[in-house]
Design a protein. Structure first.
Length: 341
């Protein structure tokens, strides 16, 4: 419902001006990102600004000196918070307000980096963009600061897009913890296990957030993406000399696909599908390299899976109702309210 139709309803005496304003605010608060031209502009501009504050930050920033850069970053932060209030309170534009709040979070590591440089923690020739390019245990303080500030701002504004920099920071932390705790980032075995368990913990947090916010906006989206990516990356980096280990890897990925189907989260299915494809590639290149029957057997398996899908679609309502009846009420409500993403 656009403003013109609301104004026409007020003019006809159907609703009052106050009711029209309240209705417009309610409809705007439920605004969902979609692939429209104006939303593309919103997010394109937002991502350009995020890149300017992170990936594309040049060495020239250091010319501001440590405290100069810190003061500038704080000014940026104050500006973004002020714009968040302006878009939210004055314009009733929730998506631009969420992008501004996200930019405020993105600015936090830049402010901490500048303060650390002023205190002699970083060399003047160290560009900030290395934070997004290289593993270093010294980034941990910036990551902790970003998480704390992000959680505080999220508690105030509650925009789902704000979870993006928080999820990215958790991903970075999963890599920087090894050199921070053990002093050597080249210890690949430890890094694999840290990545796997850190990613699994992030997925569990995402699931908890998903259950808690099941009746409102989708706050778990970015946590699921980077949690699954971290877990799957650590899992896939592990090597096993036994076929049993490789088969277990495939089964875990099959489980991810099923999890994605149950929770309605495509990210599980995407990475799980990649894992299954990797395992099938191993079978075709190593185990059944010279087997004539392997492609025929694999085709039969594929057709069987398709037929299972046909049967599921035919009886989905009845089977789903029976399975969901076995679940806790909160999880059952989550599955019923969340559409497939």
């Amino acid at each position: 419902m656009d403003q013109a139709r609301l104004a026409a309803a007020v003019q006809e005496g159907i609703i009052s001006r106050e009711q029209a304003d309240r209705l417009a605010a309610f409809l705007a608060s439920d605004e969902q990102p979609r692939f429209s031209f104006v939303h593309v502009l919103y997010y394109l501009g937002g991502m350009i600004a995020v890149g300017a504050m992170s990936l594309f930050m040049t060495l020239a920033w250091n010319k501001l000196s440590g405290w100069g850069g810190f003061a500038t970053a704080i000014c940026y932060m104050v500006l973004f918070v002020a714009l968040t209030h302006w878009f939210l309170e004055q314009k009733r534009l929730w998506i631009p307000a969420g992008i501004m709040a996200t930019l405020a979070v993105v600015t936090v590591p830049l402010a901490i980096f500048s303060a650390q440089m002023a205190l002699g923690h970083w060399d003047a020739s160290k560009p900030f963009r290395h934070y997004h390019q290289f593993i270093d245990g010294r980034w941990i303080m910036m990551e902790f600061g970003t998480l704390i500030a992000g959680v505080v701002l999220l508690g105030r504004y509650r925009f789902p897009f704000m979870l993006m920099p928080i999820a990215v920071t958790l991903w970075y932390m999963s890599m920087d913890l090894v050199p921070f705790l053990f002093g050597d980032w080249r210890d690949w075995e430890i890094r694999k296990w840290v990545s796997l368990w850190f990613g699994l913990a992030t997925v569990l947090v995402a699931f908890w957030v998903d259950v808690r916010s099941r009746a409102s906006r989708d706050y778990a989206f970015w946590l699921y993406i980077f949690g699954v990516m971290t877990f799957w990356g650590g899992l896939s980096a592990m090597r096993s000399d036994s076929e049993l280990g490789k088969f277990l890897y495939c089964m875990i990925n099959v489980g991810m696909i099923l999890t994605g189907a149950v929770l309605g989260r495509r990210v599980f299915a995407v990475f799980g599908g990649l894992g299954v494809a990797i395992y099938l590639g191993h079978l075709s290149q190593k185990v059944f390299k010279d087997s004539l029957l392997f492609p025929f057997a694999l085709t039969a398996i594929g057709l069987a899976v398709i037929w299972a899908g046909v049967l599921w679609q035919r009886h989905e309502a009845r089977w789903s109702a029976r399975l969901r009846a076995l679940l806790p009420a909160a999880l059952r409500e989550l599955l019923e309210t969340r559409a497939v993403r």
